[in-house]
Design a protein around this ligand. Structure first.
Ligand SMILES: Cc1cc2nc3c(=O)[nH]c(=O)nc-3n(C[C@H](O)[C@H](O)[C@H](O)COP(=O)(O)OP(=O)(O)OC[C@H]3O[C@@H](n4cnc5c(N)ncnc54)[C@H](O)[C@@H]3O)c2cc1C
Length: 598
């Protein structure tokens, strides 16, 4: 195996977190940085145009599931199978990562999400906690996170309206949000007709609607790094595609313009990291079983497969793992770093607290055309009256909640055609169905829900014992299912959403059928959390609150894999805020005195 010259910092993954860390470190220190990204630069594919078939149907931007994918099962007694079709989640591959085709919805987590266990117990007592739950506080609070959230909002350029400015509640913003030290950098994006109907309906029912915060420009915007982006053209090609004009914040439009000028940063594409090499690695044959007794030591660098297919060793003094939740977990398992979680004994931490997002919608069949071909990522109106613990759960059969809204992100005919009211009792074929589907194409509005899945002892990651990737490495295995808490939450929200749909003027609303088992075929957001969660002690988490690995002080982990629980909010604002926090810790503490920070 070829060994390359050493670098000071090695970053695995060139998505939101990896490139933000590269930007911060290169701005504030003289260290040499190598970023290894398994995919390529995809800008030439879309900069001069794109089409729906390629990007929405054939999923141009996504990781290829025939080569790299997790396996899935619902509980420890089942045999898992590889997920070979695009379904529940859509991770990306290539420069910018998933951040290129994300939706840009940009809400902060509510303050109590960081103290989920203690706040729930304080309000309702231990008895209210669902069976099998494994909730634990993060070790950082919202107050500590606030300045980092604000920094990330200025960097990516967020449009929105504050609902809680330094403790003062402001109608029109989300009055249930945590306090904010400053207003959003830009006013909200436009409110399309569907979302305006939702606002009226929500007000009529006594709720508190607000324009959603989004990292899409409502006007021309220049961020603190001097990167300028034009105002959004509301073209409707946003979520699942990159932006053709740069209005949506993407790592390639926000971070790459700065990084390209930094001589200390080398971005190597088509470089798939296979192992993090550390003191406790026994050999390089990759088949040594993990010995949890061997802790401590240092990361020495990584091995990766380069463009020619050759495996090379890249030595480094500091390793940053920022390859999205799935790869973060996968690489730690494959590298034998940390103690794998065992659900039978409760021992170990690596792989624990896997959470996804509770996400579904009801269809409202409305009297007037909605012009849904127009839209922008994250654009729309929501209510948070049923979010988190904003409402009293004392007499409800579940804890926590989420946001309800009508988003106008743009819809395309190939991928969304075919909805008709259920009362028509039509099969999904034939002349009558086609006519009705054309009739209703632009009159079907979705009222959507984005809610929390709390962590459970039985939901976790590990390595699959059967299936391997083309390199011969075991696939990552996900063991995940819904519990009664999510099922009851969905039932409750479904009713509220149908009521809202009718208040919007819908003649008919098709409710969501409800939750049975976790269904991998239905898209439910690419918000997968956990597995390398943070904690204030090594027996409770994989990383400390600076996201530094508890066993290996020169290894930091970035991304939603460090979340002990999900929120109802989309994760990227919290992911980027934590990345800033880790960057500060590395610059201000670690590089001055390498070692454990906590
Ligand atoms: C359709 C869609 C809509 C979304 N909408 C929103 C939204 O509205 N709001 C929100 O907050 N979030 C949203 N998300 C989620 C958001 O995209 C992610 O939270 C965010 O991109 C995570 O950043 P990351 O750096 O952790 O991972 P990524 O951005 O995925 O970057 C990880 C990078 O690591 C690379 N990599 C992986 N394994 C290896 C390896 N072994 N070697 C080298 N490189 C590797 C990948 O190719 C990738 O480029 C959405 C996601 C999708 C798919």
């Amino acid at each position: 195996m070829k060994t390359l010259p050493s670098t000071d910092v090695l970053i695995i993954g060139g998505g939101w977190t990896g490139l933000l860390m590269a930007k911060e470190l290169s701005a504030r220190t003289p260290v040499s940085i190598v970023v290894l990204e398994r995919g390529r630069d995809r800008r030439p594919d879309y900069i001069s145009g794109m089409d729906e078939l390629d990007f929405f149907v054939r999923m141009h931007m996504m990781q290829d599931p025939s080569r790299e994918t997790p396996t899935l099962r619902h509980n420890d007694n089942e045999r898992a199978l590889p997920i070979r079709q695009y379904g529940a989640f859509l991770p990306g591959s290539g420069v910018g990562g998933t951040g290129e085709h994300w939706g840009a919805v940009y809400p902060r987590l509510l303050p109590d999400c960081f103290e989920l266990h203690s706040q729930t117990v304080a309000r309702y007592g231990e008895k209210k906690l669902p069976q099998d739950q494994s909730m634990q506080d993060w070790g950082v609070t919202y107050d500590e996170m606030e300045p980092y959230y604000a920094r990330s909002e200025r960097e990516v350029g967020v449009s929105g309206k504050a609902g809680n400015l330094k403790g003062k509640k402001i109608e029109g913003g989300n009055i249930f949000e945590g306090w904010r030290s400053e207003e959003y950098p830009m006013p909200p994006t436009i409110t399309p007709y569907l979302s305006e109907l939702f606002r009226g309906a929500a007000k009529s029912l006594g709720y508190h609607p607000y324009n959603n915060a989004t990292a899409v420009t409502s006007q021309d915007y220049t961020n603190p790094d001097g990167v300028t982006r034009p105002a959004c053209a509301v073209c409707g090609f946003c979520e699942r595609t990159p932006c053709m004009i740069g209005a949506k914040a993407q790592p390639t439009t926000v971070l790459m313009p700065v990084l390209q000028k930094r001589k200390s940063v080398t971005l190597r594409t088509s470089a798939t990291v296979r192992r993090i090499v550390h003191d406790t690695s026994h050999d390089t044959s990759h088949d040594t079983p993990h010995d949890p007794a061997q802790k401590g030591g240092k990361a020495r660098g990584v091995t990766y497969i380069d463009e020619s297919g050759e495996e090379v060793f890249q030595p480094a003094d500091l390793v940053i793992l920022s390859s999205y939740t799935l790869s973060n977990n996968h690489l730690l398992f494959l590298s034998g770093i940390g103690t794998p979680y065992d659900p039978a004994t409760g021992k170990g931490t690596l792989g624990k607290n896997l959470t996804h997002q509770v996400a579904f919608g009801v269809q409202a069949f409305l009297p007037k055309p909605l012009n849904k071909f127009m839209g922008a990522g994250g654009t729309g109106v929501r209510i948070a009256d049923f979010d988190a613990d904003v409402f009293d759960h004392s007499n409800l059969p579940f804890i926590r909640g989420g946001m309800i809204g009508a988003m106008s992100v743009g819809t395309q005919p190939l991928s969304t055609f075919g909805n008709v009211p259920r009362s028509m009792k039509l099969p999904r074929w034939g002349a009558e169905w086609k006519k009705a589907a054309i009739d209703y194409f632009d009159r079907t509005g979705v009222v959507s829900f984005s809610g929390e899945q709390i962590p459970y002892k039985g939901n976790h990651f590990d390595l699959d014992p059967t299936y391997k990737n083309p390199l011969g490495d075991p696939l990552l295995r996900m063991t995940v299912n819904w519990r009664e808490n999510e099922r009851k939450m969905v039932e409750f929200m479904n009713e509220k959403m149908v009521e809202l749909g009718h208040a919007m003027g819908a003649k008919e609303v098709t409710p969501f059928p409800g939750y049975a088992d976790y269904d991998v075929t239905r898209y439910q957001s690419t918000h997968i959390q956990g597995g390398t969660m943070m904690a204030t002690s090594p027996d409770r988490g994989v990383v400390n609150t600076y996201t530094q690995h508890w066993d290996i002080s020169n290894l930091f982990v970035l991304g939603a894999s460090t979340f002990p629980n999900s929120g109802s909010s989309n994760p990227t604002p919290t992911i980027l805020a934590l990345t800033y926090r880790t960057a500060d810790a590395i610059v201000e503490k670690y590089l001055k005195k390498p070692g454990m920070l906590a």
